[in-house]
Ligand binder design. Structure first.
Ligand code: FMN
Length: 224
């Protein structure tokens, strides 16, 4: 796939076919993704790749935590958006787009909760990649590096016909991951990426999320 075509066509996939993804394929994706740039080539990333019974157990426990009202215990920095900001407006725009495609109405709380649950189930993907960094590193320092890495994972996945969704919902209950995936306390859990074969019939996968034109947010200096 052409590089620009890959960048332009990548999108978050939130419905997957049950078909498994092989360990070899996932290993190749990670090997390629690790070509990502990082500050001073520090390569702060490490992976826990989850599938099979382990992933199913984590999905189940995440959903139990969600329904029990257990407070999330994220390790990573969770970003909030000021209510009257353009960022919050974009978040609302995304939710509206997804709910419209899924036929979920604004006041249907049960359907909305079910939708939220999907994220905590890694959208029922056959695999999930959990990215961790060593706690000796600063909390925010490695995040730029992790951003490059995650984009590489998502783009490399396209080569294998796979779809992805980066999701912090998948790492909100860090205690569940520590217990069931054996992630030690010495590692900070940053983000999860659900990965698998996209289900073309899943309505939310049709979403084309909006973007601000780059021209609108760019200041040119020293050009005609
Ligand atoms: C750091 C990060 C966290 C995200 N967390 C979630 C999440 O928890 N649930 C979800 O459905 N999508 C999540 N996403 C996907 C974004 O909603 C998505 O990238 C954005 O709406 C743009 O859409 P696109 O990926 O289809 O281009 C996350 C993306 C990033 C980069």
């Amino acid at each position: 796939m052409d590089l620009l075509e890959g960048i332009r066509s990548r999108k978050s996939i939130r419905g997957f076919k049950p078909d498994p993804v092989s360990r070899e394929t996932l290993a190749e994706i990670l090997e390629t993704a690790c070509r990502a740039p990082s500050a001073m080539n520090s390569q702060p990333w490490e992976f826990f790749v989850l599938g099979g019974d382990v992933l199913n157990g984590i999905r189940k426990k995440n959903v139990e935590c969600l329904h029990s009202g257990a407070p999330p215990q994220p390790d990573h920095i969770v970003i909030g958006w000021p209510n009257d900001s353009v960022y919050r407006a974009r978040q609302v725009g995304l939710a509206k787009g997804l709910f419209k495609l899924m036929g979920i109405t604004r006041d249907d709380r049960a359907e909305r909760l079910q939708w939220m649950e999907r994220g905590f189930r890694y959208f029922d993907a056959p695999a999930a990649i959990v990215i961790v960094v060593d706690r000796t590193l600063s909390e925010s320092g490695p995040l730029s590096d992790i951003g490059s890495l995650m984009q590489n994972i998502c783009l490399a996945a396209l080569h294998y016909g796979l779809g992805t969704c980066i999701e912090d919902q998948g790492v909100m209950y860090s205690g569940v991951l520590r217990e069931l995936a054996g992630i030690p306390d010495t590692k900070r859990i940053i983000m999860a990426i659900a990965i698998g074969h996209p289900d073309p019939d899943f309505p939310a996968n049709a979403l084309e999320s909006e973007r601000e034109p780059a021209e609108k947010i760019t200041t040119w200096l020293g050009f005609e």
